[in-house]
Design a binder for this molecule. Structure first.
Ligand code: SF4
Ligand code: SF4
Length: 438
């Protein structure tokens, strides 16, 4: 099936060869895990345990009755040593449950449910109980995403296996190593949403993954789409356009045009939650980059400190280095390695400092228009950056700052190294505040 091309975007060097051919390896046990009570978009959880409590792997230790949220679980057995604010990947301090990990871990107790017998209600309840969130980085609670308003009929499911950010390979390896689980997860979603067709989108720099899924796929209603490799192919707006030739309206969401998008990692987590009642306590993380000794795709327990997995990969070989969580285009440079892997952590990339976009020295706009030529949302990033920098919120709104998908392309191509994406990120809450007062 032909896929639609989009305007703008860039062909960035992939840098995926560090880990794309390395099988997923189980990370070793850390001494301590840090479970933030807020690691999703929405309301924070309240702790369900106290300091001194013994907890078992898979036990729910944080929850709330607020609508948009997802509970958190102990990813390993141990003893709660603190409940206190700890550094988070965003640079904020987030209330977290700290657990001293037992040296000997019991095997996780799992169910073995018959997937032919599960109802829609069973699926949504399992997803909710497991605390599943979007694992492509957005971390929006999946149970909420799977419950669109009654007036929004979803007729197409899109599964995002593009992984278009440089360096990242966690989704690639998952598709290659767990195609059956991925397809089962997609079938559960189709059942849950009563959709006839699903489109699994994979970029053409992962042909081995496309082949692995093709061989396993026995359902003609799950359509494999081989997408051209171009950043940001995996953005929701561009995926919908490519797969369905539909456009999400400005300020709208995929379900406004009948689409629902899930990441491949989320599909595997949904399968494990429904089949085994397994909570989201681990995920694949690409730990990679030029300045790391032995890059790996690791299966990491949620809450494991970055310092532990970097050590596990032989440590940083060349200083100075900048550690970015997520891909280099949209990820965040870290001040400390004592922050935990959370449900939305796709990668940890150890870069020479001049390759990390964040925190670079920058200068005035020279009006070269490179950012305009490449912006995949057809915006004027040069103009937007000037308004955002000057705190001109009304003007930033008028120039469609809210449509920015924060892909980082403008900052990447800008010869003045202007931190346009960061300026947009800082300005969006101010625009929301302005709109709420109207
Ligand atoms: S970060 Fe925003 S403004 Fe910049 S290129 Fe991407 S969509 Fe356009
Ligand atoms: S790329 Fe940078 S210097 Fe060129 S127009 Fe855009 S903001 Fe200005």
């Amino acid at each position: 099936m032909e896929v639609k091309q989009f305007f703008g975007g860039i062909h960035v060097p992939h840098y995926k060869s560090f880990t794309e051919h390395k099988a997923i390896k189980e990370a070793s046990l850390p001494e301590e895990i840090i479970i933030p009570l807020l690691q999703h978009t929405g309301a924070p959880n309240e702790p369900l345990v106290n300091v001194g409590d013994k907890v078992k792997a898979g036990q729910k230790i944080g929850a709330t009755d607020k609508f948009v949220s997802a509970p958190v679980h102990a990813s390993l057995s141990g003893t709660v040593t603190a409940i206190e604010p700890r550094p988070f990947i965003t640079g904020q301090m987030i209330d977290s449950i700290v657990i001293a990990v037992d040296k000997n871990q019991d095997k996780l107790e799992l169910a073995n449910n018959d997937l032919d017998k599960v109802s829609k209600e069973d699926i949504i309840n399992a997803v909710k109980e497991a605390g599943i969130v979007g694992m492509g980085g957005a971390a929006f609670p999946t149970a909420i995403k799977l419950s669109p308003p009654p007036d929004k009929k979803v007729d197409a499911l899109i599964i995002n296996g593009c992984e278009c950010e440089p360096y990242l390979t966690c989704d690639h390896r998952l598709m290659l190593e767990k195609p059956a689980e991925l397809l089962q997860g997609i079938k559960l979603l189709m059942k849950m949403l009563s959709v006839e067709e699903a489109y699994l989108c994979i970029e053409d720099n992962k042909d081995d993954a496309i082949e692995a899924v093709r061989q396993e796929n026995d359902d003609p209603n799950i359509v494999l789409l081989r997408m051209p490799t171009k950043y940001p192919q995996g953005s929701e707006k561009h995926l919908v356009k490519a797969a369905l030739d539909r456009e999400i309206p400005s300020g709208g969401l995929p379900f406004d045009i009948g689409a629902l998008i899930q990441n491949v990692g989320t599909c595997v987590a949904i399968y494990e939650a429904v089949k085994y009642n397994k909570p989201l306590i681990e995920r694949v993380v690409a730990v990679t980059g030029q300045n790391l000794k032995d890059p790996q795709n690791l299966m990491v327990k949620i809450g494991t400190p970055l310092s532990h997995i970097i050590d596990e990969c032989g440590g940083i070989v060349e200083e100075p280095a900048k550690v970015v969580v997520g891909g280099p285009m949209t990820g965040r440079a870290q001040e400390t390695l004592n922050v935990p892997v959370v449900k939305g952590t796709t990668g940890v990339v150890v870069l020479p400092p001049d390759m990390a976009l964040e925190d670079m020295e920058y200068s005035d706009c020279v009006r070269c228009c490179k950012c305009v030529e490449h912006c995949p949302m057809l915006l004027y990033p040069n103009q937007i950056s000037i308004y955002c920098e000057a705190g001109m919120i009304e003007d930033a709104l008028e120039w469609n700052t809210m449509d920015c998908i924060e892909c980082g392309i403008c900052a990447y191509v800008c010869p003045s190294k202007r931190p346009i994406t960061q300026l947009v990120q800082r300005t969006k809450p101010l625009i929301r505040e302005l709109l709420s007062k109207r």
